[in-house]
Write a protein that binds this ligand. Structure first.
Ligand SMILES: [Zn+2]
Length: 421
């Protein structure tokens, strides 16, 4: 990616479905219900940590032994049990995410992927279900699954204990079941905290959304999360608990992100790229010299241009591309020699909220808009989207100013006239 913010990866976006997000810091391990399952790099740190904690711990809470340290056996066997417990625990986290996904799929939401990472799992979905009741059920499915796994494991642990077999294998199994029970109940409890990005935050939002707009519900739920995060942070600082400070930060950022994402998606609802794009694009021809291109840059104070030949977009050239050309050769080198030929582009009919997602995901400043024939029809920038979000925000707050043509277009798209019969 160049410094001036052009994506340089050939991909044209037509509908949201064609865009599959894959985090480069993740490894794909398989597919369940057709959903790709990824392991995030942070998972590689957290898994050995859990193995270590489970293997070297002998703490007892509520009659459950939380580690294999007390087993009358070798360290190797303790670590084998610890590894088994850690792997099974992460499988139960995956079950938690799959439960969310299963309900989401039933409501017609597309799940892009599930990633196991530092703080458990993350299911990435195309969009949230719109009906508050659906979101509630979807959010509840995860913690309920964890709770069910926890209770079943607890009962199984008691059963193994009552058998009183007395072998290391039986004792190890009892501890393993206890660990799975304890951490799944903990996971369910943690996720029921009514704060974003935990499931409880979504449940609170969907509850609030039954009595106010989705955007206001998200705002309220996010403020609750921020207050909880601040309280956690203060506690963490007072008691010197780094872990608590870490979680407070995670909750705060999650709440902020959720709030912003909702404001952006709701504000851009009904708009397409065509309505936001700028049609008067300064372009350059591939056969002009780098010197001429730099003169144009100077005159227009732009950092990059789409390169267009007979109306078709053939590449992108930016200020950074000129670094490759020594000053004395700038008059002889052509733009076509230094331009990037693969560019992320969008179609004019792409929903604006999908385009802004692409912009943040690729960390680019602007996207060229091309039609089906590959002809450049416009350009849309991050600023175009954010300006629109601001206008819609002002409208929501009851401001009477703002370009009237925008909300006319918006209204038309949201409330199509009834069909003539
Ligand atoms: Zn969850």
């Amino acid at each position: 990616m160049s410094a001036s913010g052009w994506a340089q990866n050939g991909q044209t976006l037509n509908t949201a479905d064609t865009y599959i997000s894959t985090m480069s810091s993740s490894v794909k391990i398989g597919r369940i219900f057709g959903i790709p399952i990824y392991l995030h790099l942070t998972f590689l740190i957290i898994l050995p940590l859990f193995v270590w904690v489970f293997s070297s711990e002998s703490l007892r809470i509520f009659g459950i032994t939380l580690g294999f340290e007390g087993l009358d056996t070798t360290m190797a066997v303790e670590y084998a049990f610890g590894t088994a417990a850690a792997v099974i625990f992460f499988a139960t986290i995956l079950a938690h995410e799959l439960a969310h996904s299963y309900v989401a799929i039933r409501y017609g939401v597309t799940i892009r992927s599930i990633t196991l990472m530092l703080f458990g799992g993350v299911a990435s979905m195309e969009e949230m279900p719109r009906k508050p009741g659906q979101e509630l059920k979807m959010a509840l499915a995860g913690p309920m699954t964890s709770l069910a796994i926890g209770l079943v494991s607890y009962v199984a642990m008691i059963f193994v204990r009552e058998l009183a077999i007395g072998t290391v294998a039986a004792e190890g199994l009892e501890i393993l079941l206890g660990i799975i029970a304890f951490y799944n109940v903990l996971l369910a409890g943690f996720n029921l905290i009514p704060a974003f990005p935990m499931d409880g935050g979504r449940m609170l939002r969907s509850f609030l959304a039954t009595r106010m707009s989705n955007i206001d519900a998200t705002r309220r739920a996010a403020s609750v999360a921020k207050v909880l995060a601040a309280a956690m942070g203060v506690f963490g600082i007072v008691f010197g608990n780094i872990f608590l400070i870490f979680i407070a930060f995670f909750v705060y950022m999650g709440a902020k992100e959720e709030e912003q994402a909702t404001v952006i998606t709701e504000s851009l609802e009904g708009f397409t790229v065509r309505q936001l794009m700028n049609e008067n694009v300064q372009t350059v021809h591939p056969n002009i010299s780098v010197q001429q291109m730099m003169d144009t840059m100077m005159a227009t104070r732009m950092m990059g241009f789409p390169v267009v030949d007979q109306g078709l977009l053939v590449g992108i050239v930016t200020l950074t591309d000129t670094d490759k050309v020594p000053k004395e050769r700038a008059g002889m080198t052509m733009v076509r020699d230094i331009m990037s030929r693969s560019v992320v582009t969008v179609r004019p009919n792409l929903p604006a909220s999908d385009a802004i997602k692409l912009i943040s995901k690729r960390n680019v400043g602007r996207l060229p808009v091309v039609d089906d024939s590959g002809a450049l029809v416009g350009i849309v920038t991050r600023k175009d989207f954010l300006r629109m979000v601001e206008i819609m925000e002002a409208r929501r707050k009851g401001a009477t100013w703002g370009p009237p043509e925008w909300h006319l277009q918006h209204e038309r798209r949201q409330h199509p006239p009834p069909p003539q019969t």
